[in-house]
Design a protein around this ligand. Structure first.
Ligand code: FE
Length: 130
């Protein structure tokens, strides 16, 4: 489980975030596909961590993976950590915010070039900024 950011208690986080944002970022929940704010959103701008505000992705790396979640080809260097996730009978690479530990989603090796990666991210974990 992610630790809350240094100056914000779990209760503060729960009060500030929507229930879905809280469950996804703090308890590794997954929003239902095709329901989030950004799966079909392709405006130019940047995506920041909903918990700590750290810059995570640029819209230039966003692509339509057809999976119902925001998908990115690459992340801002150093902004994301990966952890092996063996839940739900699968072996996946969980992605979390390097700065605050918020759960973001998973990364898969089936993305387009140049990286060949697909960062599959919950809309609930990120905030778009023009
Ligand atoms: Fe964060």
């Amino acid at each position: 489980m992610a630790e809350p950011t240094k100056n914000e208690s779990d209760a503060d986080l729960r009060a500030r975030l929507t229930p879905e944002q809280y469950e996804v970022t703090q308890h590794k929940d997954t929003e239902r596909p095709f329901t989030g704010e950004y799966w079909n959103h392709f405006d130019p701008g940047q995506y920041r961590c909903i918990v700590c505000g750290e810059l995570l992705f640029d819209s230039s790396s966003k692509f339509d993976a057809g999976c119902g979640w925001p998908s990115f080809n690459e992340a801002k260097e150093g902004a994301i950590d990966t952890h092996e996730d063996r839940s739900h009978g699968m072996v996946r690479d969980e992605i979390v915010c390097h700065k605050c530990g918020a759960h973001l989603g998973h990364v898969f090796p089936d993305g387009p070039t140049p990286t060949g990666l697909r960062y599959c991210v919950n809309s609930a974990s990120i905030k778009f900024q023009k």
